[in-house]
Ligand binder design. Structure first.
Ligand SMILES: *Cc1c(COP(=O)(O)O)cnc(C)c1O
Length: 484
């Protein structure tokens, strides 16, 4: 993200030149041709792509430089709230790359009893961690886990002989929740959270009826607050014949601490690419397993992995199943990382990781409460949400402070989300940061807040130390131009 130290202006400019191709250069050599040349049917040939000719050194330097302009969890704190950007132990990368695992062919399941065992045991671990009864590892992401569960809700109500069209979704939910529900024909009904940032059972009671399939509840919610009334809420939903979906993407705060079945949750998804040792946010593969209670088990995707007297097997004979959600077994390399992570941590240290994640978040909140306005001044879990209310007087916004953090070498926190907090700044430090690193981050944020009062223009101009300054984010998303 920042330019390399010690690069003189001229060398840097040279390095930034994008087009480095020179006709005739190449970075590979083909083996000697040892077969006769054949005539190709010219009609099969299209126009050759217009690739530049490059030497090996050009290619290596280009990609290495690009990687250095990037920011990653391996280079620094990445306090992106609602995302759990924690450090992932490298041992789990090695496990996933073990040749016997990485090259297991998905079309030969019966030849891979070891793989089936890993997947079966991972299902059991996730059931134990959440308190739920049965698990499918197929969904490839959190949002696909939501979609899987919503398809199961729809199938459940079809089997009950009724069509329920509405589904309740609080304003503190992740944006994917209403989209997943709508894809399955449900009409999302927004619920307002109370003045304390959590959901009031009376709000649920007022909307829950026999036309309503149930509720999608994120707990802890996206304000980092525990929905304390969850038992009362799930009782109301069940009382009207509905089902409860728990968005468990924020499990990092509650591993081995909250029993979701006892809370009244019927189905939930987990983001293995947040909590369980797969890097998140780079657009790589993920996994969003779905955990359900007994009465929803018949609807789980097939094939199911089952334990038999001989070992492990795949079963597809499930008439009520919603079918397949993913080719083969899901994103297996992600599942292997999670398996390794859970085994290496054990129940005791998974719980401790959650406790430390909460401790770190609360520490940051308490250290910054005099600097930034706390959106909800009540006990919070793995993340805390502030706003730019105090900086408004100096015409400095959340965006300005976030951009200035980049100049100090930090990835900004999540900003302007959740929408219920205007100018939101949502900080999730995770358990993998030590106190010294948190103290440095806190000191920098305090310095930025001081700057807001004395030199606001500096913040409005930030970032200044990056290759590109402020981007037109709307245009960048709509018409991405990947050429520097
Ligand atoms: C990240 C997240 C999701 C979506 O997960 P993806 O894997 O990005 O689809 C859903 N809900 C919550 C609460 C999340 O934080």
């Amino acid at each position: 993200m920042t330019s390399g130290p010690g690069m003189s202006g001229l060398i840097l400019e040279e390095a930034l030149l994008w087009e480095k191709g020179k006709k005739g250069r190449s970075a590979f050599s083909m083996p000697q041709q040892d077969v006769p040349e054949a005539d190709l049917d010219a009609s099969l040939l299209g126009a050759a792509p217009d690739f530049p000719d490059l030497g090996e050194v050009d290619v290596v330097r280009h990609y290495t430089r690009l990687s250095q302009w990037n920011f990653g969890i391996d280079t620094g704190l990445y306090p992106l709230g609602s995302c759990t950007m924690k450090y992932n132990p490298k041992i789990n990368e090695r496990l996933a790359a073990t040749p016997g695992i990485a090259s297991a062919h998905p079309l030969l399941p019966e030849l891979s009893p070891g793989m089936l065992r890993i997947l079966f045991e991972l299902q059991q671990f996730l059931a134990a961690i959440t308190g739920m009864d049965a698990v499918s590892l197929q969904p490839a992401a959190g949002a696909q886990g939501e979609l899987t569960a919503m398809l199961m809700f729809a199938a459940y109500f079809r089997e009950q002989g009724g069509q329920r069209r509405r589904i309740l979704i609080p304003d503190t939910a992740h944006g994917t929740n209403p989209a997943s529900a709508a894809l399955c024909g449900f009409k999302p009904v927004p619920l307002r959270s109370g003045p304390d940032g959590i959901l009031d059972p009376a709000t649920v009671a007022a909307e829950m009826d026999e036309q309503t399939a149930g509720i999608m509840l994120t707990n802890p919610n996206t304000l980092g607050l525990f929905e304390e009334n969850i038992r009362a809420i799930t009782d109301i939903v069940h009382g009207a014949g509905g089902l409860v979906y728990g968005d468990g993407a924020n499990l990092n705060a509650v591993m081995g601490i909250v029993d979701f079945k006892r809370c009244g949750v019927d189905a939930m998804h987990l983001n293995l690419h947040k909590t369980f040792s797969t890097p998140h946010g780079g657009g790589g593969p993920g996994a969003g397993p779905v955990c359900v209670v007994k009465r929803l088990e018949p609807f789980l995707p097939v094939p199911r992995i089952v334990k038999t007297a001989q070992g492990y097997d795949l079963h597809s004979d499930a008439p009520a199943s919603i079918g397949r959600m993913h080719a083969f077994f899901g994103n297996v390399s992600v599942l292997v990382r999670a398996y390794g992570y859970i085994l290496s941590m054990g129940p005791q240290f998974l719980k401790k990781a959650s406790q430390l994640a909460v401790l770190n978040a609360v520490y940051v909140r308490e250290q910054l409460r005099d600097t930034l306005e706390l959106a909800y001044d009540r006990p919070s879990l793995h993340e805390s949400v502030f706003s730019d209310k105090r900086q408004h007087a100096f015409k400095v916004s959340t965006l300005d402070m976030a951009k200035r953090l980049i100049d100090h070498g930090y990835h900004p926190p999540t900003v302007y989300f959740p929408l219920v907090v205007p100018g939101a700044i949502m900080i999730e430090p995770t358990e993998t940061e030590c106190k010294e690193d948190l103290d440095r981050f806190i000191a920098v944020f305090k310095e930025i807040a001081r700057e807001a009062e004395t030199d606001g223009e500096r913040l409005r101009q930030a970032p200044t130390r990056t290759k590109v300054r402020r981007l037109d984010e709307t245009r960048a998303a709509r018409t991405p131009c990947l050429i520097g």
